[in-house]
Design a protein around this ligand. Structure first.
Ligand code: RB5
Length: 148
């Protein structure tokens, strides 16, 4: 299950990404926003990140105007590795090296075609593990320490 969320600044692109996931037959759930009214991005970032953090969704995609606000919010959650990407290389590396479980995009930064290519790259790239797992383990350990 892939959960999707956006604010008004990411609504249009989020809807395009939803179409892509549906075309590919991937189960997805749109947690809003559902219209162009001005909303607060943390509300939707929390909804998506909570689902991934708790394990009821495997992955999430978040879109706000720049992607910055959504990535700040999502990375507050334990176990979340939310990656803000601006091109296909970053989206690929977000999976290959960081095993990002949430991809964050900027609706006012990307055109639809580029965003589709990025989502495709993130979905289709395998996590390389190996030396990268050691690094992710350090992040997990840090989360434990900071939690006290
Ligand atoms: C909303 O105008 C805008 O601030 C938001 O979409 C996002 O870019 C925040 O990081």
């Amino acid at each position: 299950m892939i959960v999707l969320g956006s604010d008004h600044g990411g609504l249009e692109l989020k809807n395009e990404i939803k179409k892509l996931l549906e075309e590919r037959g991937l189960p997805c759930e749109d947690l809003g926003t559902h219209n162009g009214d001005s909303v607060d991005y943390p509300d939707f970032g929390v909804a998506v990140a909570r689902r991934v953090s708790e394990g009821s969704a495997e992955k999430g995609i978040l879109v706000c105007g720049t992607g910055i606000g959504m990535s700040i919010v999502a990375n507050k959650f334990p176990g979340i590795r939310a990656a803000l990407a601006t091109d296909v290389f970053m989206a690929t590396m977000a999976k290959e090296h960081n095993n990002a479980n949430i991809l964050v995009l900027g609706g006012r930064v990307l055109d639809t075609q580029k965003a589709r290519e990025m989502v495709t790259a993130w979905l289709d790239t395998a996590y390389a593990a190996g030396r990268h797992q050691n690094r992710l383990d350090k992040i997990t350990q840090l989360e434990r320490e900071l939690k006290g």
